[in-house]
Design a binder for this molecule. Structure first.
Ligand code: ARG
Ligand code: ZN
Length: 882
């Protein structure tokens, strides 16, 4: 890199803007290669009147990126070039009056916009992505979330090519123009920051429905899709209506306009975007039918539609003061969508899935070179901070607040937050203040969760004194050092807690200093070390702690075989039932890995517990499937000081084989018992049965009986839904032989015209544990189905290989690393945001053996030495090397 290293910006340096924008009118003449944008801004000085007497007003700064400036006028008079200064990042204007009208005309090239930030074209449709800083790629503007204004937007375009012209708010006027063009005008009455602005123009089909809010407002709901996809909107629409109802019931929050639009586009950097009344979605996150979407896709669509809808209040009506506060809206909105999905489906299953994903994505981030607090203190490129930490750990922070305040207290805090801050751009501190003021709960120490990075470790020990009939519980915490942070203060950690008797019944929890003896408590760990003494206990209890994963910590606790059996089989907290089994299997697997792989025979105690769960019809099939799924290879790797990918793979496969052979009859019975002849329904119940059936199929193929593979082949060909087909193919992709290639080939031929299914096919190839996988992935880069310009394709093939296939990505010769580095450099020139998201697996280098460390660092150096690196890739690569 010869150019100067990009500079970081700091939370401490926040200054409020000098100028207010009182209104904004935008007019677009849409042309793929030369779109004209006229903006009229009514501007007012926002300093105190006393500053005004001090001769000069400060200059006005307008951000701009990749714009062609055509003209600037102030109060109707064109500025000459001495009155403004332009550089690659924007425009600075001299100001002579505290109030004035600014008119700017710019030209942009949406067709050349491969970064997919700002205005771009996806399959012939104009669309926008303005969060975080895309608006400055459309026109010159103070592109920061604390500058809010009302927008009036006029769109003009060719009528035949772009019959649909959409923006935020209400459609107020439309008409025809000469030369086959037409126009629409939109007004959004709610002041908003520029990141929530959106425009869509294209030839799209529309699916319509409506919703009546609690207070009787009739809202038109529309989903716009490419022609031919109309039949894939029903589930998204239903999810939207359920979200709208749920937010009214749970939080008293109603929708505030007469129209709500969703548009599906096929080229999108992220999942979806909450633009006011005009959500734009990655088509993967909204389109579904049984033939092309899996149960997991349905569940994710339900959650993402809800997430974007919930942003209307947590994000749009109340927004972020600056991007350091991103978790203010994202953590809170993830928490809200998690609660919604928990209410729509099984809450216990949802919690386990969320914790699994937190551990798979956030814990490694928190323990690696790019670790950052939920509210970061500095960044180079804000797009790099749309992370698992800001989103998912941020959601855990909100969940802990609800745990400390209780559900009712939490609702009071939410009410106060909206009462105080509706229409404002605020901070995480403002949110915590509302929670604390509404309930009187002191959150000062708790707020360290926003500023201290790293996953706390909590160690639990207990001692039972039979003579005194007492139990002493000692909790201690340590917060690991992370880049730029060491010597941290103890956190305020809420731990849901119970003591169980041998039947799994909760015992009374009487503390020495208190009379009350409830059967469950929230223990608040605030010091580095704390002891609690419980009295009147007739036998040694089993400790059920951090129930429901009440705090996002690494817990370390030893169980005796007897207490483990109680927790695994009879804990009323299903999360801990699952967790205890996982811990048990993890311990055994790590032991085997230490021994180089196979280890000893899987103990009867584990097999018996799994058998009991498998056959326990009182439990939800979805829960049984999760309880029988062994900890993943990445999770196991994360528990090791020095990762051994080969030994992990061998140990886990060996244990799967042991379980499969020991439980073969029961598994076959389950496989058959969970079959259904009913037509596919995407309900949680039906999905749970499919999950258990496919879990059984997975074990059966691992049992060493060749004919079990026939079940998978038949299922991949004959099932009537994508869930079952994919489950079978995911097994087949790991098995060498002609059936594998035939099945995958047949799958591709059947779905070659369905981009979202082709993504699944690419991911199947990328996930395969077979030795030739990297070569096949390289070959697929040249396949007609692949292109680097589409983020979904990139993630399906390259992303899945690097992040989802540890065995092959980490193959000892380093070819996986070099492959990834080369692709990142190549993609950085097309789409830096998506390129940067591929770096993380290389950043894990310090956890591997010396030879791999050197190869991984070398791959990072390859990236860093490329010319004209984007700030996105520069920031994450350079941080990964330190
Ligand atoms: N706010 C969107 C969400 O709901 C994410 C969009 C972020 N996009 C980006 N390019 N950084 O999560
Ligand atoms: Zn969001």
């Amino acid at each position: 890199m010869d150019a100067p290293a990009p500079q970081a910006i700091h939370l401490d340096a926040y200054r409020k803007p000098d100028y207010r924008i009182e209104s904004l009118a935008l007019a677009f003449d849409l042309e793929p290669e030369a779109t004209r944008v006229k903006s009229r801004l009514q501007i007012a000085y926002d300093g105190s009147p006393s500053d005004l007497s001090e001769a000069a007003l400060p200059p006005l700064w307008l951000d701009g990126d990749d714009l062609k400036l055509l003209s600037v006028c102030v109060d109707g008079t064109p500025l000459d070039e001495t009155e403004y200064r332009q550089d690659a990042t924007g425009l600075s204007l001299d100001v002579t009056s505290p109030g004035f009208l600014l008119e700017i005309e710019t030209e942009i090239n949406p067709k050349a916009n491969t970064r997919l930030e700002g205005l771009y074209i996806s399959s012939g449709t104009f669309c926008t992505q303005c969060e975080a800083e895309g608006f400055r790629r459309i026109t010159f503007f103070p592109d920061r979330p604390d500058v809010m204004t009302v927008y009036e937007v006029t769109l003009r375009a060719d009528k035949a090519l772009y019959p649909v012209l959409l923006s935020n708010g209400n459609l107020v006027e439309s008409g025809d123009l000469p030369d086959g063009r037409h126009w629409t005008r939109w007004e959004d009455p709610f002041p908003k920051p520029s990141y929530l602005f959106a425009v869509v123009a294209g030839d799209l089909a529309c699916v319509e429905d409506s919703f009546t809010t609690a207070s009787g407002r009739e809202v038109a709901l529309r989903i716009f899709v490419e022609h031919g996809n109309e039949g894939r909107c029903a589930y998204g629409m239903d999810s939207l209506k359920r979200s709208m109802r749920w937010d009214e019931e749970r939080f008293g929050l109603e929708y505030d306009l007469d129209l709500f639009n969703i548009v599906a586009v096929s080229d999108f950097n992220m999942g979806a975007m909450e633009n006011k009344s005009l959500n734009v979605f990655n088509s993967k996150c909204v389109l579904a039918d049984p033939d092309t979407a899996t149960d997991a896709d349905y569940a994710s669509i339900e959650g993402i539609v809800a997430h974007e809808y919930f942003h209307n209040w947590t994000g749009n009506r109340v927004t972020c003061r600056d991007w350091f506060q991103l978790s203010l809206k994202e953590g809170l909105t993830v928490f809200r969508d998690q609660e919604f999905s928990a209410d729509m489906r099984s809450a216990a299953v949802k919690r386990i899935q969320d914790v699994r994903s937190l551990r798979a994505r956030q814990f490694p981030e928190d323990g690696g070179p790019t670790a950052h607090p939920v509210r970061p203190a500095s960044y180079i490129e804000i797009n790099n901070f749309y992370t698992a930490t800001v989103y998912d750990k941020g959601a855990e922070v909100i969940r802990m607040m609800q745990g400390l305040l209780g559900r009712e207290g939490f609702r009071k805090g939410m009410d106060l937050y909206f009462e105080r801050h509706d229409g404002q751009a605020v901070t995480c501190d403002d949110f915590a203040a509302a929670m604390s003021d509404a309930t009187g709960v002191d959150l000062n120490q708790f707020k360290l969760w926003y500023s201290q990075a790293g996953t706390p470790g909590v160690t639990v020990t207990g001692e039972y004194d039979a003579a005194a009939r007492s139990f002493e519980l000692t909790l201690s915490q340590t917060i690991p050092d992370t880049p730029g942070q060491s010597g941290k203060r103890p956190m305020h950690i809420p731990l849901d807690f119970a003591l169980l008797d041998p039947d799994g019944q909760p015992m009374p929890l009487k503390l020495a200093c208190e009379e009350a003896a409830p059967t469950s408590r929230v223990l608040e760990l605030r010091a580095a070390r704390q002891t609690f003494r419980f009295e009147n206990l007739d036998h040694e209890p089993a400790v059920s702690i951090n129930r429901g994963f009440s705090a996002p910590v690494n817990l370390s606790i030893e169980h005796t075989p007897a207490t483990r059996a109680v927790l695994m089989g009879r804990d009323g907290d299903s999360f801990n039932r699952w967790e205890t089994g996982q811990q048990y299997a993890t311990g055994l697997l790590l032991e085997a890995v230490e021994a180089g792989g196979e280890g000893r025979q899987t103990p009867e105690a584990l097999i018996d517990a799994l058998r009991e769960t498998l056959l326990d019809e009182a439990q939800d099939p979805a829960f049984r499937a999760l309880a029988l799924t062994l900890p993943g290879e990445a999770f196991l790797a994360d528990q090791m000081k020095t990762v051994d990918v080969d030994a992990i793979h061998i140990a886990r496969e060996k244990m799967r084989g042991d379980i499969a052979r020991a439980l073969r009859d029961e598994l076959l019975e389950t496989y058959r018992g969970m079959q259904s002849n009913a037509p596919f329904e995407p309900t949680a119940d039906a999905a749970g049965k499919r999950a258990l059936k496919n879990l059984a199929l997975g074990y059966l193929t691992a049992s060493g009986k060749a004919e079990m593979w026939d079940l998978a082949v038949v299922q991949s060909r004959n099932s009537d839904n994508m869930t079952d087909r994919m489950a079978a193919l995911a097994l087949l992709t790991d098995r060498q032989g002609p059936e594998r290639d035939d099945c995958l080939q047949a799958f591709y031929q059947r779905y070659r015209d369905e981009p979202l299914v082709v993504d699944k096919w690419l991911a199947l190839e990328a996930m395969s544990v077979l030795p030739g996988t990297l070569e096949r992935v390289k070959g697929l880069l040249k396949h007609e189905a692949f292109t680097l310009t589409n983020p979904n394709k990139v993630r399906a093939l390259i992303g899945v290989f690097a992040a989802g296939n540890p065995l092959r990505f980490h193959q000892a010769d380093g070819s996986g690393y070099q492959f990834l580095a080369d692709r990142i450099v190549e993609l950085d020139r097309i789409n830096p945001q998506t390129a940067a998201r591929l770096i993380a697996p290389l950043g894990r280098w310090s956890r591997f053996d010396g030879a791999r460390q050197a190869l991984m660092r070398q791959a990072l150096e390859t990236i860093l030495s490329a010319e004209n690196l984007s700030p996105d890739v520069y920031e994450l690569t350079s941080k990964s090397l330190t």
